[in-house]
Design a protein. Structure first.
Length: 353
């Protein structure tokens, strides 16, 4: 019998051998990782070695941050810019959107203000270029209407279609274009190009490259008081040069040129802009381009909608622009161009796909 005042008795058990016991004394967990072929742990002051994968990951993060900054700058610039007039907004159709399909009327006006615009001319501004763009997700189709086309202007006599801008601004031009094209065409959005800021946008892109098909030797116009000269072939144009190229009115070196040729030069400049956007040198200036782009426009679209339009134009806007062909040149009243109803119907079908 045990002594109640003595120490208690203990049973001694022998444990089984630890299968990992052989690793004891030969290193810690890092030693096990080395034996299993894993990378060893870094010491507290030991720098991580550079690898191609890590460099690529940092580069991708930097590029994403740069694009995000450009996106924010674009949205901010678009939000603070003035929109179109109330009359112009009321003239627009609410049907359609930039994903399922929408018609955007793009106007370039020969406003008599700005460094590159002809101050010698008097009177209200007329639409210098008229283009309808059908935008859908992943698809952009463009139709240019010659500014001298004969059209019925609501509330006024029939005359050159570009006079609608002088008579009633963008709102009346929307109504005139819808009536002129017919065949159920409705304009959902409008963009007015500001010729004062347009050259700055081109310069931010680093210029645009065009392929001039005929030698140009224009007499003085706008602020080109010595005239505008350009040989045939490919040329990289600055902002002011691109605006002048788009606005040449008379070309004695090609006396048979007409409003159709002038319209094609304008479309060439617009088509060159997306190409310039994807140049590596332009990528460095993306925030500047993003800030300038909305400032060159007046539009009913804000923020995301305008960004969607630019994205569609950049990715799908390099296709050729259709120009509405007249049935005869300078044969209408006042030297206007006459466009047949059949030509309009064909153009509208092609525009809508």
């Amino acid at each position: 019998m045990n002594d109640p005042k003595g120490p208690p008795e203990y049973k001694v058990y022998r444990s089984r051998r630890n299968p990992l016991g052989g690793l004891r004394g030969r290193g810690d967990l890092s030693s096990l990782r080395r034996r299993l072929g894993r990378r060893r742990e870094r010491g507290p002051r030991e720098r991580r070695q550079l690898s191609p994968g890590r460099v690529l990951a940092w580069l991708a993060a930097a590029l994403a941050a740069w694009l995000l900054l450009s996106l924010v700058v674009f949205l901010l610039s678009a939000q603070v810019e003035k929109g179109v007039s109330d009359k112009a907004e009321k003239s627009l159709s609410s049907r359609g959107n930039l994903l399922s399909g929408s018609n955007v009327l793009i106007l370039g006006s020969d406003a008599r203000t700005g460094e590159s615009i002809d101050k010698s001319q008097q009177g209200p501004s007329r639409a210098d270029s008229i283009m309808v763009v059908h935008v859908a997700f992943g698809s952009v189709r463009k139709l240019s209407i010659p500014r001298d086309s004969y059209a019925q202007i609501p509330g006024h006599d029939a005359q050159k279609i570009n006079a609608s801008y002088a008579l009633g601004g963008a709102g009346l031009t929307v109504q005139t274009v819808e009536g002129f094209l017919g065949n159920g065409v409705r304009i959902n959005h409008i963009v007015e190009v500001d010729f004062e800021d347009f050259p700055r946008l081109i310069d931010a892109l680093g210029g645009v490259t065009v392929n001039n098909r005929t030698k140009i030797c224009s007499p003085g116009f706008d602020n080109y008081w010595k005239g505008y000269k350009l040989s045939r072939g490919k040329h990289k144009l600055s902002g002011k040069q691109a605006l002048g190229y788009s606005r040449v009115r008379k070309n004695p070196c090609a006396p048979n040129e007409n409003d159709i040729d002038r319209t094609r030069r304008q479309q060439e400049v617009l088509a060159a802009m997306p190409r310039a956007l994807f140049r590596p040198t332009t990528f460095i200036k993306y925030p500047l381009v993003a800030w300038r782009a909305p400032k060159a426009l007046k539009t009913d679209m804000k923020g995301p909608a305008l960004l969607a339009l630019f994205a569609d134009m950049a990715t799908g806007g390099t296709a050729d622009t259709d120009v509405l062909e007249p049935s005869c040149l300078d044969c209408g009243p006042g030297g206007t161009l006459m466009v047949s109803d059949g030509a309009k119907a064909d153009a509208v079908r092609k525009l809508g796909g």
